[in-house]
Design a protein around this ligand. Sequence first.
Ligand code: G3I
Length: 427
Amino acid sequence: MRLLKPFYLLLVCFIITADAQESLRKYADSLGLNIGVAIRESYITGTGSSATTHNNIVKTEFNTVVCENAMKSQNLAYSKTTYNFSTADNVVDFAIANKMKIRGHTLVWYRQNAQWLISGDREMLLANMKYHIEKVMGHYRGKIYQWDVVNEPFDEAGSGKFRTDNNPWQTVIGEDYIDSAFVYAHAADPGCKLYINEFGTTFPGPKSEALYDKVKEMLDNGIPVHGVGFQCHEGAVEDTVAAGLYAGIKYNFNRFAELGLDLAVTELDIQSSDPKAQADNYRVYLQVALSFPQCRTFVIWGVSDKDSWRSSGTPLIYDGNFKPKPAYDALLAVLKDPTPVVLVDRRARRLTKAGYLVYDRANNTVRVNDPSSNGPAIMEMFDLRGARIAKVTLRANNPLPLSSMKTAPGTALIRVKDEVVRIARDK
Ligand code: G3I
């Protein structure tokens, strides 16, 4: 027994230390969130200190990976008869060994294509596309839980038109290439969730409308699309509340969720030279994502700023020396404390033309400013798993006490200033 004592002490110390180990992964696991990162593939088999640090961060902090480049056709399909999966396989093996999920990126895109794949007439391109999808999805069948089947089908400028520049899928086949790709993909791996992935669609606007119209049409026509990937390559806004950041993203994501689709943040990076603003922005993206039960995947596009595709904008959550930035802390804080977020529904925004609710600072209550013309407003609270935990009808004579509610600073849809609460992004 005397001999066992030091052993137990050691064991207790070990358990305490292990438990003290904080990570994004630990809390994301407990929330059922796939927190992912794009892998710099060369590091996976690398032996230098950057590679080691990168790989340690990936497996400790994340539970999901995506290949930044290795699964693009240029890097797999050297010719129709010569596919080389070795680099991508290394990432997949690494992920499986570390009990991580794998997103597939990407099957049909205008960039980084093997030349043979996009050469020929409509019939040839459709046949090539089918062959490629079957080959790649077949190789990874059962290992990849989501695929970006079609990537960036809309034009660069954000007009909402389909992308024609350097895009033979569109110019040779026509817009129905998108539908065909999903049909082929579903047949190739029926258990996989199939995504359409786009950038510049985080907020309402012509590109986002076009994406919405396309996925709605696909659903109406029975095309097997299961999710919308929002890449979210963004720049930080200074004051997330004033900019209505939470409200804008929430409103836009919600339209897609209401179609019955899953959502994913697929390539998040936020350029900024101001670490605090950047952290605030990261926090808001995660809070919006978590507020949707349909959005269980949140992927950051790289580990360290030095390896980012736009490294000069220092957009990631680790600096060039792999040191966590305030953005990392912000994400960890959100995951640790799924704080309820106060939301005001869309009817309330429309009902109050100027978009005002009145905040009574002395009593810490909120009420609508003019119920006679505007009627009641509905206020809802969600926890970060997306479950609604309260719904309150606000009337002039029925102020809502806020004391019992925790509103995460900077994330509420309402702005507390000059004793007035203004709903962000009201029209
Ligand atoms: O691997 C070669 C290397 O051998 C060569 O020495 C070097 C010289 O430039 O180029 C290397 O390839 C580069 C590759 O990244 C790997 O670093 C390519 O030139 C470069 O074009 C490629 O850029 C990638 C880009 O997609 C290509 O379109 C970025 O890493 C990657 O982050 C970026 O990812 C895209 C998503 O797939 C889709 N959404 C937008 C996102 C950002 O652009």
